[in-house]
Design a protein. Structure first.
Length: 215
């Protein structure tokens, strides 16, 4: 969909038809983008609300998990606790899946807990370690959900910005140029028609004068 300045277009009927078609296409694209913008704004507002709720829900699980972890440090000491952590294989796996929201790819995280045998004995550990591990796994679900919403917000906002730039270009640049080109071509063609009409009238008068003189 090329855009030409009014002074650079050919003032012909074919060019007028082409420019009118381009203008019609630009207006259709504008309407589609405007609808997309409205949907993006609605989804963005929805995600912001969900992200706010998710952020509020993660503070207590994180607080409980860190309190249990701090208790484990006090009971076992940092060296023993870090040794247990180093020898414990991951018990949670995260798979990335992609969701489509208004033609925007938004990554989402799916958590899977694995069955892992205990790598430390009760005599060398404390119940606070199990509690901290359980609470951290529980908090991860809320953390990942909040991160998913936050990422969706950034991606939707970026797509909204691109859409708004296209809308602005159509509204303030492309469509006005097509309209100016159409008016220019129409005015030029009308001027040519008037000149042709005057020329034909002059030819007619000349011919009538010759006929009258010959008679």
């Amino acid at each position: 969909m090329s855009v030409a300045a009014a002074g650079k277009v050919l003032p012909t009927k074919i060019e007028l038809i082409k420019t009118r078609r381009s203008l019609s296409t630009a207006r259709r694209v504008y309407r589609v983008l405007d609808d997309k913008r409205e949907v993006l704004l609605k989804k963005l507002e929805e995600m912001i609300q969900k992200a706010g709720t998710a952020r509020e829900e993660i503070w207590q699980p994180i607080s409980d998990a860190y309190f249990a972890l701090y208790d484990s440090y006090l009971r076992l000491g940092p060296l023993r606790l870090e040794g247990i952590a180093a020898n414990t294989p991951p018990v949670v796996e995260a798979d990335v899946i992609v969701k489509r929201i208004v033609d925007v790819d938004v990554p989402a995280l799916k958590l899977t807990e694995k069955n892992v045998n205990m790598t430390y004995g009760f005599a060398d550990s404390s119940v606070s370690v199990d509690k901290a591990s359980r609470l951290i796994r529980k908090a991860l679900v809320s953390i990942f959900k909040a991160a998913e919403f936050e990422n969706a917000i950034f991606r939707l906002a970026s797509e909204l910005e691109k859409t708004q730039r296209l809308i602005n270009a159509l509204e303030y640049l492309i469509i006005p140029r097509y309209e100016i080109s159409i008016r220019y071509i129409q005015a030029t063609l009308e001027e040519r028609e008037r000149e042709e009409f005057v020329r034909l009238k002059h030819v007619k008068r000349v011919l009538e004068a010759k006929v009258a003189k010959s008679e």
